[in-house]
Design a protein around this ligand. Structure first.
Ligand code: SF4
Ligand code: SF4
Length: 210
């Protein structure tokens, strides 16, 4: 009889403990419901890509010297540099330049090594197409100015975490006027004490030289 009552008591205590833990868990869950969702509501809201974002490549035909360095440093030898040698001028004449973005891995090697800086990475990442062959961009398509998240009136641009003011973790509701955390190099320089340059020592006269 005593053993049975003890089992009933233990069972009741365990049930009460379980109910307490469930209540605590549900309280935490319902507390999350009160918080503002951090979801970025694409396509009405878009994150602004970072300064060194590696998006669609931009190309300037008139700066290209057909050296093919971009092809050699590309892990898949992707850029197609179509040139002919002009025997009269002994110079390469560029006919066409193309990159297939269905194959490109956006590593940025070609941009890093181009000696004339005619290649650059843009912040454009919406390159979806129905026909994969249309991802093969020629020099005209590569030379088009990139679309920008910040200049699209239909889009609410949001800053990424590293561009938010100090202490902010959610870009929603952060005004554009709030500067990002950290200081620019020139702002750091302004805080440093000014040091006067050393006075120039006069050049020795011929007599002093002996
Ligand atoms: S980004 Fe990389 S993969 Fe794409 S063309 Fe340039 S080097 Fe090749
Ligand atoms: S590395 Fe630059 S200059 Fe040379 S072929 Fe490629 S795009 Fe043209």
């Amino acid at each position: 009889m005593f053993g049975f009552l003890k089992k009933v008591g233990d069972y009741t205590r365990d049930a009460a403990g379980a109910a307490q833990y469930m209540t605590q868990g549900l309280a935490v869950t319902f507390d999350h419901l009160r918080r503002r969702p951090v979801t970025v509501q694409y396509p009405y809201e878009k994150l602004i890509p970072s300064e060194r974002y590696r998006g669609r490549i931009h190309y300037e035909l008139d700066k290209c010297i057909s050296c093919e360095v971009c092809v050699r440093v590309c892990p898949i030898n992707l850029p197609v540099v179509d040139w002919v040698m002009n025997k009269a001028t002994k110079k390469k004449e560029l006919r066409n330049y193309s990159i297939d973005f269905g194959v490109c891995i956006f590593c940025g090697n070609c941009v890093e090594y181009c000696p004339t800086n005619c290649l650059s990475m843009t912040e454009e990442y919406e390159l979806a197409a129905f026909d994969r062959h249309s991802l093969n961009y020629d020099n005209v398509a590569l030379g088009r100015l990139p679309t920008s998240v910040t200049s699209d009136p239909a889009v609410q641009p949001l800053r990424e975490l590293v561009y938010l003011p100090k202490g902010a973790v959610d870009p929603h509701g952060v005004p554009d006027s709030e500067p990002r955390a950290g200081r620019l190099p020139e702002q750091v320089l302004e805080t440093l004490p000014k040091i006067d340059p050393p006075a120039a020592t006069p050049a020795p006269t011929p007599e002093e030289k002996g």
